[in-house]
Design a binder for this molecule. Structure first.
Ligand SMILES: [Cu+2]
Length: 96
C-alpha cells in the first residue's frame, strides 16, 4: 500500500516535471488546457486518459490527477479544446 502510494507520488512528480519542461519550451505556439473530468478513480483511469490524449496530434504532455478530477494538457495552440474533451468522453469519462 505504502509502496503503491510512493510510486504514485513519484510518477506524479515526474509528470509535473515534464509539464514544467514543456511549459518552459512553450512559446507562442504552445498552450496549457485544464479540463475537469468526472469518473477517474485510480491510476489506471489516469493512464487511460493520458494515453488516449497523447494519441492526438499536437499533444505534447498530459497529466491526469484522479484525486482532483483534473487533466492538464500541454499542446500546440492549434489543438482544439473540443477534440480533447471528445476524446475523454469517447473513452468513458465525463468532462464537466
Ligand atoms: Cu481507475
Amino acid at each position: 500500500m505504502i509502496v503503491l502510494f510512493t510510486m504514485t507520488k513519484i510518477r506524479y512528480i515526474i509528470n509535473m516535471q515534464n509539464n514544467k519542461f514543456y511549459n518552459k519550451r512553450k512559446g507562442k505556439n504552445m498552450k496549457e488546457t485544464i479540463i475537469n473530468v468526472k469518473g477517474m478513480v485510480c491510476n489506471g483511469c489516469e493512464n487511460r486518459v493520458q494515453n488516449a490524449l497523447k494519441t492526438i496530434e499536437g499533444v505534447e504532455n498530459v497529466v491526469a490527477d484522479h484525486t482532483k478530477g483534473i487533466v492538464t494538457v500541454t499542446s500546440k495552440s492549434e489543438v482544439e479544446e473540443s477534440v480533447l474533451k471528445d476524446k475523454i468522453n469517447d473513452i468513458g469519462f465525463e468532462v464537466v
